[in-house]
Design a protein. Structure first.
Length: 63
């Protein structure tokens, strides 16, 4: 399963969790990816998009 948005290409970020003792360990933050039925070029397709693209109206959901 893809963890990237099909519209904007947003992917997981990699960084460090830093404790009070300044110990560092790797962590990943994932975008909120939803599978939706969307209208693309006049046809209905099932795509994975982030909720930011859905909220902004870049994607038209199929009825």
């Amino acid at each position: 399963m893809s963890l990237a948005c099909d519209h904007c290409g947003k992917k997981p970020l990699v960084g460090n969790s830093v404790s009070h003792a300044n110990n560092k360990r790797k962590r990943r933050t994932f975008p909120n990816i939803q599978t939706v039925r969307a209208v693309l070029n006049g046809s209905v397709r099932r795509i994975r998009v982030c909720t930011r693209c859905l909220r902004s109206g870049f994607i038209t959901k199929a009825a």
